[in-house]
Design a binder for this molecule. Sequence first.
Ligand code: CA
Length: 425
Amino acid sequence: MMIRANDPSLSSWVEVAADSDFPIQNLPFGVARVKKEKAIVVSIIGDFIIDLTVLAEHGFFEDLGFDVRVFERNTINDFISIGKEKTSKVRDRLSLILDMDLDDWDASELKNYFLIPKDQVEMLMPMHIGDYTDFYSSIDHATNVGTMFRDPDNALLPNWKHLPVGYHGRSSSIMVSGTPTIRPNGQQKPNDEPPVFGPSKLLDFELEMGFVVGKETSLGDQVPVDEAENFIFGLVILNDWSARDIQKWEYIPLGPFLAKNFQSTISPWVVTLDALQPFKVDGYTQTPEVLPYLRQKNIKNYDIKLEVAIQPKGANPTTVCNSNFKYMYWTMSQQLAHHTINGCNIRVGDMYGSGTISGPEKSMYGSMLELSWKGTKPVSLENGEERKFINDFDTVIMRAHGEKDGVRIGFGECSSQVLPAKETV
Ligand code: CA
């Protein structure tokens, strides 16, 4: 069924630049501090933040049957919790209010109250993330890493094509775009020498997408793979910062720990799964066939273009990677079905990282580890410098958007500057 707000023929009386991430067909949700006052739930069109509390006060959502005080919160969790049926109606209602052809509701008088220029607000963490799980679901990424560190002929471990490999991450250190990232200290192990301690020398980004859980389950429940999308509210860009030298020494035998939990960065807008429906594309044919609980009737990925740029202090950014979310081997639905098959419960606001998203070409690798091939092939920047990994004061900027029928649905920016490591006490 066509979602009203997705109609490509819609245009708004709010002027939106052709290359904007936020046309009338997007209408993502986030949290902003407006004029240094308290945080509220907002949406965005073009260069304007939409204050949902003002629209609620004027009765625009009155007939939708939920407590509009969910917009007066510093996270979108309570809003998500009203259920997808209602949150979808809120997005459709916004679309109706902003529609060019609308003449029976005179929104023009109100517009100075509910539209706020985006440079007048501070974007905050959109949701409270109770639990964060990170997967390892890109076949090109897993193959590259296996080739580098193990055996090119057996790059994928025996379990990889049978289950979406993942681990439980840390949610307290997930920060919104714009928050600096402090280089972590930690143990590293030079070859044939005892371990040493100090700032990570191999700080890396990981280009990922994160999906946000929209509906809770109880302990013991399982999310069927073909119903899993009903449990996903929307997506963000995720930079899952990684310290490769710390990772290499600590990960055996239990997996990632301090190399990953010092910080991750997300984009401030949660783009709804509804808005991304036009970008569904076929996924990989999975061979060997997966177990029945992972067998998705129509394996669908999302065609979302991804890019990463590195901006040294005082210089222009250089794009170092162009990848796409469609290169995922395991889908979000399979990840969620697998995560709950043992009865593990999920809660609204939980976030799931896709794992680094690399594509088949070298220009599509989603980490410096792969782009510089373990530091053996430095990456050239526009200002003449080279990078094997990320330097202090570099800003890493990630962007994502889908484009179809002249409509561009974007995510804004996921950006963070690396600051020097703290001195150790
Ligand atoms: Ca990761």
